[in-house]
Ligand binder design. Sequence first.
Ligand code: ATP
Ligand code: MG
Ligand code: MG
Length: 352
Amino acid sequence: LPRIAIIGNGQLGRMLKQAGAPMGIEVLPCDPSLDEPVELKPDDVITVEQELWPDTPRSRQLTAHPGFLNARATQLIRDRLSEKSLLDHLKVGTAPWCNVTPDHTTEHLALVGDKLVIKRRQGGYDGRGQWRWKQGEPALDEWLGECIAEKMIPFDEEVSLVGARGHDGKCVFYPLTLNLHQQGILHASVGGLKRLQPLQAQAEEWLTRIMVELDYVGVMAMECFVVDGTLLVNELAPRVHNSGHWTQAGANPSQFQLHLRAVTDLPLFTPAVDGLSVMWNLLGRDWSTDWLAVPGCDVHWYEKDIRPGRKVGHVNLHRGAVADLQASITQLAALLPEDDRSPLHWALHEIQ
Ligand code: ATP
Ligand code: MG
Ligand code: MG
């Protein structure tokens, strides 16, 4: 099997490396901001865990390698202007939007909606690089050429579809994941919810269309808003995704194994999903070994410095029976300070 070099060495690269270990697939996360070249072999496969990287001798070396996959997809998706244009071109539903240019005065913005989300075209994540705008407010000069404007969608909930496409064009998907975002950051997900099934076919059709158009290979995630029982795509991620972390506990293969299979041309099949799973993100907080007394509770710690709001780990909760999962969530919540319990209470409510 080829070795897989990853552009990026954060938690996603770390978990891809962990997923490769059982099959003896060597995974090499690479920090693209460093100058020193890495030692690459001609048959290495290069894939990404981040969308944007600085121009360095190392990043140039990695992207110039013949094994670098998905150059077009990564380039298109890293800029919200080309990403949204692609979705429009493919007739995939999104929030109404416009580019923010000198011609797009406040009157132009108001055509998109009374309330808008202004988003930096490049480099935003966890809700950074976004501003709320209401009709009557001035447009800021710093947005010009840097941002798109999107209608604020009063969504009912947020879901995401994680899927993969193989070298042979075969596409496979997990069931839709329900996501809780607060202040633009993912706090918790529930995987395997039966009540989302009516949206599954539409979501799969759209993500298939996107992956086929981009001739994409590997795992891709599609974040969506649910409005009155229909989907609008928020954004795409050409990589494994935080909302797919529950698959480590509740699906086989996990999204990380699925990505490795796809990029190395190993067989792909629709992942087997066992009941419901809950993922809770550890945002700027430590964890406690006491949590390991909760049945079905797995802690994934990224070994990063703890800073306010920073994703430093996640907890997966998985039990075969719903009643058992409820008991585990309740038990874990009781071990937390009251202020930290709300994502788990949200999950408990969603799986009732
Ligand atoms: P990520 O960390 O997922 O890459 P991001 O910084 O790229 O996040 P978005 O996914 O665009 O940001 O937005 C973050 C969150 O902000 C969304 O999950 C949603 O809760 C809210 N949001 C974004 N766009 C809109 C919109 N048009 N209408 C309403 N809410 C929105
Ligand atoms: Mg994003
Ligand atoms: Mg997002």
